[in-house]
Design a protein around this ligand. Structure first.
Ligand SMILES: *Cc1c(COP(=O)(O)O)cnc(C)c1O
Length: 394
């Protein structure tokens, strides 16, 4: 029968009435730039995440770029990020006038660790960007610890991970004090509690690109931070660097979250956790059917993590042939990502070469993502999983 990799129309049809009404509301008001819809979304997302401040911006890419500019690091300062991520993570560093330094990832989780970050650390390192790839958080306790010890800003790339959670010691959060951070989320409770992606960095970037777990009707993004002054700086940078019209303290840009997008996202936000549960249910069914399939390695959920599966990504033998096999049956699949960022042509001058980051390079040959969107039926998940099994048994 075939299964699409992603079908956004199903979600739209489910919420059509409310979504159309929200757009009508903005159109009737003719208030398109910032204003009440954007402010309300910022408050609602901050509340949802447990992050003190949220600033809506034009895209996930800008949600990385603006904090990197707001850091006001010396030009040429180094920022460590994984080579196994979407291009925007590195592009933002470059466009902020900083130097991307690529590190490897952990094979099991696809994420950076304190160890992979430290392997490329230098005296010029000013920030690190842990990417919560595919919807699972990188290990934030050890990452914060190394950044605190060595003095670096932590910018979470949570573009794929809105709603993801990690068990984190509240006592630990209170005890730390980074030079760059005024994190003060300490609770009286010293036990470990669930913390959301975007609440554990000095700042974090989210994307509302339509294919993300919380997707708008176009581009959109959001920055979270626990530092009020930093939030204010990002707010200025999104409107040409001035709080007061026609007075500019910094050179910013035009990067506002559109009021129409904010209105759409406000309708969707209350459904986000339910959609994550549906993704987790689909993942569990894949795990069950594919568990003993020779030839594939299932995605790993690290202890103390709640994975929200923006992607369900296998490591597969004969990956390209498997994808052809699925395509012949009308089944969509995705390839994130086919080339490490350290090997991209545009970064040639940075001197990266094949062999530098062996885990990333192996993953780019092995990974394949299966359909995982919340509206999939059990029958569809089963059909995809059986087609994978058939490939390896045939
Ligand atoms: C999608 C994505 C971005 C960029 O978001 P846009 O809204 O498309 O600009 C950045 N980082 C990661 C990891 C992403 O998946």
């Amino acid at each position: 029968m075939g299964v699409p990799f992603l079908d956004l129309k199903l979600q739209y049809n489910l919420l059509k009435e409310d979504l159309d009404e929200s757009i009508g509301r903005v159109v009737s008001s003719q208030h398109f730039i910032l204003g009440p819809e954007v402010q309300s979304l910022e408050e609602e997302v901050a509340d949802y995440l447990g992050a003190p401040f949220a600033v809506g911006v034009a895209s996930g890419t800008d949600a990385l770029l603006l904090p990197l500019r707001a850091m006001e690091a010396e030009p040429g300062s180094e920022v460590i990020l994984p080579a196994f991520t979407f291009f925007a993570t590195a592009g933002a560093v470059w466009n902020a006038g900083l130097k991307p330094v690529f590190c490897d990832v952990q094979r099991e989780t696809f994420n950076v660790t304190a160890e992979t970050l430290e392997a490329v650390w230098t005296e010029r390192t000013r920030a690190v960007i842990p990417v919560h790839l595919f919807g699972q958080m990188a290990p934030m306790a050890e990452i914060r610890e190394v950044c605190r010890r060595r003095g670096a800003f932590v910018l979470e790339d949570a573009a794929q991970a809105i709603g993801a959670k990690q068990l984190y010691s509240a006592a630990r959060l209170g005890g730390e004090q980074s030079d760059h951070s005024s994190l003060s989320l300490a609770e009286e409770d010293s036990s470990r509690g669930w913390m959301m992606a975007g609440a554990l960095g000095d700042a974090a970037a989210f994307s509302f690109f339509p294919t993300k777990n919380l997707g708008g009707f176009g581009d959109g993004g959001l920055v979270t931070t626990s530092d009020e002054g930093f939030a204010e700086k990002v707010s200025k940078l999104r409107v040409h660097g001035g709080k007061q019209m026609y007075h500019h303290e910094m050179v910013g840009t035009n990067s506002r979250l559109d009021a129409l997008q904010a209105a759409v996202l406000r309708v969707k936000l209350p459904y986000l956790d339910g959609w994550a549960e549906a993704r987790q249910k689909n993942a569990a069914l894949y795990d069950e059917i594919l568990g003993d399939t020779e030839g594939v390695t299932l995605p790993t959920v690290a202890p103390g993590n709640s994975h929200v599966y923006n992607q369900y990504t296998l490591k597969a033998h004969q990956r390209d042939e498997l994808r052809d096999h699925l395509a012949e049956r009308g089944i969509g699949s995705g390839l994130y990502y086919p080339l490490g960022l350290h090997l991209q042509e545009c970064f040639g001058d940075l001197g990266g070469k094949a062999g530098d980051l062996p885990v990333t390079e192996a993953l780019t040959e092995e990974v394949v993502s299966l359909p995982i969107f919340p509206e999939l039926t059990e029958g569809q998940v089963t059909e995809v999983a059986e087609a994978v099994r058939e490939f390896y048994s045939g």
